[in-house]
Design a protein around this ligand. Sequence first.
Ligand code: B4P
Length: 197
Amino acid sequence: MFNLILFGPPGSGKGTQSEKIVEKFGLIHLSTGNLVRQEIADKTTLGLAAKNFMDKGQLVPDEVVIAMIGSCLEKYADAKGFLFDGFPRTVAQAEALDKLLALKKTSICKVIALAVDEEELTKRLVKRGETSGRSDDTNEEVIRKRFAVYKNETEPVAGYYKKHGKFEAVKGVGTVDEIFETLSNCIETEIAAKQSV
Ligand code: B4P
């Protein structure tokens, strides 16, 4: 299996690039943001609880997203690989993911981070908020809170994968196609290295 994590701050383009990557490389796209938003749209108990956290710019509790990912891994047991988008966002989630993948006798091959500065991120999120109707994008205070949560809770995840030699950062500014080309080259190099082992 080829398992990839697309990492980066809120608005760095993880969702945008993930759609293109899964199409090109035939991976299953697992976005915890999309999974939670679907629960909210379906008005499930889990969704209603999660909405409170999302609207404040906070992370949804680890056990909720870990359980969601666990059931997706079961659902797509025959996948040739997964692209994790927006997950893991805490070190506890990263440790849980390693355990879930180990049960399937597989692991994370690579973590690619999209590097984008805060000024550009804010511009993108405010712009998305104008059309998406996403309640976490329409308030600048909530957007600032999401950056703070990213620094405190999510950035340590980069250190976790650096220790395992799996982390690489690429420039996340430019056109969507330019960034996609950089990501594709990076993934192709990784797939070739995996096949030569
Ligand atoms: P997510 O749904 O993961 O979304 P995101 O980080 O806000 O955005 P993303 O990086 O995917 O950016 P996108 O491509 O859309 O998270 C939302 C919330 O869900 C979190 O705050 C949290 O509450 C909760 N959550 C999710 N996962 C969780 C977890 N594991 N644990 C706990 N809680 C979790 O791009 C953003 C905008 O930029 C778009 O409008 C796009 O069109 C634009 N854009 C993209 N690329 C561009 C480019 N190159 N140039 C200009 N604009 C670009």
